[in-house]
Ligand binder design. Structure first.
Ligand code: GLY
Length: 370
């Protein structure tokens, strides 16, 4: 079984990666429990597929459990569902020394993590991510949040899990579209800091999509290693953790422009955003023009969205998208902050990126000229 350590002093934990981890969850979790009882937060889609296996595994170790099954989808990251989850955990008499399990994708993980952060001023929780996006990104690093009317992830807390169980068998139940959306975040790691990993993905990507188990485990492990290393350096994003946001300033504007709808999944927006960040870097003379082309070529080979023209429906013009970017959490004092790059695997945080360069890149992309 692969394991990656997230080194954060007394908040350190392991991310276990491999097959059959939901079936072995009871053994993995038992040593963390002061009493043999846990509460599970999940959603309807995931519960249908994985909840019975999880509760049976827990009960084989003599661990009693109860579950709250929430509606699936981004709308669940709401004040209403947070309140429902916290009140339910209190009714279940989950105490300071108990453990909550988040079984599901990024929505469940973010909501359950935040509920655990505020319940009795903080209880421990285990992430059992079932989507590729959650396994390589959102379940690791302790960012928890719900959405507000003012925007996505604007209400939340840093609260690290005590254990992450990334069962790669769960990836077999994803639709190709959801798998590829998560793959957008995998590609991001190669692009931001590991050119060799990106090169390997160029070769192995199609096998990953076809279900090659070893390749999937390797991709999840390398992504988690990179995230763990960055989070250990900068837990609360005062510096280098921002590198994980490669492609995200463009992505957040595109998600807002498409109403956080099915038109563009988050990971799809990340992939398109990475291509645009490389385009912007090339325009600013930071990297060769071949680099954005290489990024796009890989995304296209994988059958992913790589351009604004791949997003169905109308988009605002370049100025409209720039206005949406100005609302991003990464904008400080109105200055446009981007993750730019000197090439594949060489991203850095750039403050005060010229608006005109961003506008030109967006205008050209909207006109289909990239
Ligand atoms: N998803 C970006 C981060 O965890 O910092």
């Amino acid at each position: 079984m692969d394991s990656v350590h997230v080194a954060l002093g007394e908040r350190s934990y392991d991310v276990r990666i491999g097959q059959g981890l939901i079936d072995r969850a009871g053994e993995e979790i038992a040593s963390f429990l002061k009493r043999r009882r846990v509460a599970i937060l999940t959603d309807e889609t995931v519960a249908d597929i994985h909840l019975a296996a999880l509760t049976e595994s827990l009960s084989r170790q003599g661990i009693a459990s109860s579950a709250l099954v929430l509606p699936p989808g981004e709308a669940t990251k709401s004040w209403e569902m947070l309140s429902r989850s916290v009140e339910w955990l209190l009714e279940e008499r989950i105490e300071r020394r108990d453990v909550v399990i988040a079984l599901g994708g990024g929505v469940v993980g973010d909501l359950a993590g935040f509920a655990a952060a505020i319940l009795r001023r903080g209880v421990a929780y285990v992430q059992a991510p079932t989507s590729l996006l959650a396994q390589v990104d959102s379940s690791v690093g302790g960012k928890t949040a719900i959405n507000s009317r003012a925007g996505k992830n604007l209400v939340g807390a840093f609260h690290q899990p005590i254990l992450v169980l990334a069962d790669t068998d769960a990836l077999a139940t994803l639709t190709p579209r959801d798998f590829l959306a998560g793959y957008g975040e995998v590609v991001k790691y190669g692009l931001l800091g590991d050119a060799e990993f990106f090169e390997w993905l160029e070769d192995a990507g199609p096998r990953l999509l076809d279900g090659d188990v070893e390749a999937r485990i390797r991709a999840v492990r390398r992504s988690v290693e990179m995230k763990a290393e960055i989070v250990a350096r900068d837990e609360t994003e005062t510096g280098d953790r921002a590198l994980l946001n490669l492609g995200h300033t463009f992505c957040h504007a595109l998600e807002a422009a498409t109403g956080y709808s099915d038109r563009l999944l988050h990971g799809e927006g990340v992939a398109v955003g990475c291509a645009l960040a490389f385009e912007l870097s090339a325009r600013l003379g930071l990297c060769a023009q071949e680099e954005p082309s290489r990024v796009r070529a890989h995304l296209s080979t994988m059958g992913m969205k790589s351009d604004l023209s791949d997003i169905p429906g109308d988009l605002p013009g370049a100025d409209g998208l720039l206005d949406l970017m100005a609302q991003d959490k990464k904008v400080i004092d109105g200055r446009l902050r981007f993750i730019l790059t000197r090439g594949i695997g060489a991203a850095f945080v750039a403050e005060d990126v010229p608006r005109d360069a961003v506008r030109t890149v967006l205008s050209e992309a909207l006109a289909g000229r990239t």
